[in-house]
Design a protein around this ligand. Structure first.
Ligand SMILES: NC(=O)c1ccc[n+]([C@@H]2O[C@H](COP(=O)([O-])OP(=O)(O)OC[C@H]3O[C@@H](n4cnc5c(N)ncnc54)[C@H](O)[C@@H]3O)[C@@H](O)[C@H]2O)c1
Length: 420
């Protein structure tokens, strides 16, 4: 048995790639160290937002197989690594999953194989970490005996317009021949493939994209604070500025940044600059500071709203609407709802939540009470905070039936709501 492709890491990134590859007729093997994930997928169950059980069933029908057995990696012509790259304790990237996956590939690497790293990481990882490990464990030489490339992942969970096929894919090869091979591989799955000079440029392109977002969100988050003090409606300001047809892109303030990318990836770059060059990447560090303090700012504004009516936050019933990091999906990773809840609990508030996508939510030691009855709970709460605007929420209506409604997403149009 042989496969065109083995994907290591069957999460938010690996699975949509596997689906796209099976769709164009490639034989795909999915490898993951988590046996529960592998077994569930093998039985036709998806664990990510963007794919349903029917999608997985369709993939299996087209020959998609899953395994925890690393020996099978050697049966594939191309190996793509899509494993997590979280931050370690010291705020540097934790490469343990990348190293684990690379070792698994290295032990089973065959001459002529293409190996691609997709995980977001700091510049130099493909060349300085992945390549030496692959060469050491296989006895083969990159660029001569096998091909090596970096191609940053650009999945945007919940995006209905851009998926794996129509999002251009950046590819950087260890050698020009490696880039040719990687370009030809992705060209089979993806409409547009964009080559960079090498792997470092591809790695840095991803970090630039995420840093750009991080910094611009921080810019409007900082503006949100002083615009509130100056009685300026920042949402109206952004709406007006975005009518400029060139040179401006709208970013919106919010209760903090979440997800696997924006709060984490720019740190890879600033950590890399600091450790290699000894000086800070000031934009990233400033953006980090501003975005990370937004949950505390929202908690303070909540406290002020209650205080304005002579009510203490201590003992107040606060309902949080939407606790995922982004709208209309179930992903809670790094959601700002968690630090916000911590702040409110610390101030003595009684919190509860509603989220159509989340069954249970734990904050520290607390299983936060969940309500199904959003209208009843909104009417009963002393304060309702819209943390995430899921499509199920009619925010103006909810603001109308609440005693106090704090809209951190700027979606309400009624005077009943207080906007961030
Ligand atoms: N989720 C996103 O929206 C997104 C977007 C762009 C980039 N990325 C990047 O893509 C990478 C993967 O993220 P994700 O969201 O798919 O993560 P995920 O947590 O959804 O999935 C990762 C999978 O990898 C598996 N895994 C861990 N160690 C492994 C190993 N040694 N060998 C094989 N499998 C292993 C885990 O069990 C898990 O199933 C990260 O570097 C992330 O920064 C993610």
């Amino acid at each position: 048995m042989s496969f065109d492709l083995v994907i290591l890491g069957l999460g938010y990134v690996g699975l949509p790639l596997a689906q796209q590859a099976t769709r164009v007729g490639l034989s795909v093997l999915g490898f993951d160290v988590n046996a529960d994930v592998v077994n569930a997928l093998g039985a036709g169950h998806s664990h990510i937002d963007d794919l349903g059980d029917a999608d997985v069933a369709g993939m299996i029908e087209k020959g998609f197989r899953t395994t925890t057995d690393p020996a099978q990696i050697g049966l594939a012509r191309t190996a793509v690594i899509c494993v997590p790259t979280p931050l370690s304790e010291g705020d540097g990237p934790d490469l343990s999953a990348v190293i684990g996956a690379t070792e698994a590939v290295g032990r089973h690497l065959q001459p002529g194989m293409l190996v691609v790293l997709e995980s977001t990481t700091y510049p130099g990882t493909t060349d300085d970490v992945v390549r030496p490990l692959l060469e050491l464990l296989s006895g083969l030489v990159a660029g001569r005996d096998f091909h090596l490339a970096f191609s940053p992942e650009r999945i945007d969970p919940g995006n209905e317009k851009f998926g794996p096929q129509n999002t251009p894919k950046v590819v950087g090869g260890f050698t020009p021949a490696c880039a040719d091979r990687a370009e030809a591989f992705y060209g089979r799955l993806i409409d547009t493939v964009v080559r960079t000079k090498g792997t470092r440029e591809a790695e840095t392109a991803k970090l630039l994209e995420n840093t750009y977002r991080h910094v611009n969100i921080a810019l409007v988050n900082e503006m949100a604070r002083f615009c509130h003090e100056l009685d300026i409606d920042l949402w109206d300001v952004i709406r007006a500025a975005s009518t400029k047809p060139f040179g401006f892109q709208a970013f919106y303030p919010g209760p903090g940044v979440g997800g696997h990318c924006i709060p984490i990836d720019p740190n890879y770059l600033s950590h890399n600059v600091r450790s290699k060059l000894g000086y800070p990447f000031r934009f990233v560090e400033l953006a980090q500071e501003i975005n990370a303090t937004m949950p505390a700012y929202v908690a303070r504004r909540a406290q002020n709203l209650l205080n304005a009516d002579g009510q203490a936050v201590h003992g107040a019933m606060v309902l949080l609407l939407g606790v995922t990091y982004k709208a209309n999906i179930a992903d809670q990773r790094e959601s700002p709802a968690t630090p916000l809840a911590r702040q409110l609990i610390g101030l003595g508030a009684q919190i509860a939540f509603h989220d159509p996508y989340v069954r249970s939510w734990r904050v520290g030691e607390l299983d936060v009470p969940r309500t199904d009855d959003v209208e009843g709970a909104a009417a009963a709460a002393d304060l309702v905070i819209l943390v995430q605007q899921h499509r199920e929420y009619d925010a103006d209506h909810l603001a109308g039936i609440s005693k106090r409604f704090f809209d951190t997403r700027g979606v309400t149009t009624t005077a009943d709501a207080h906007k961030l």
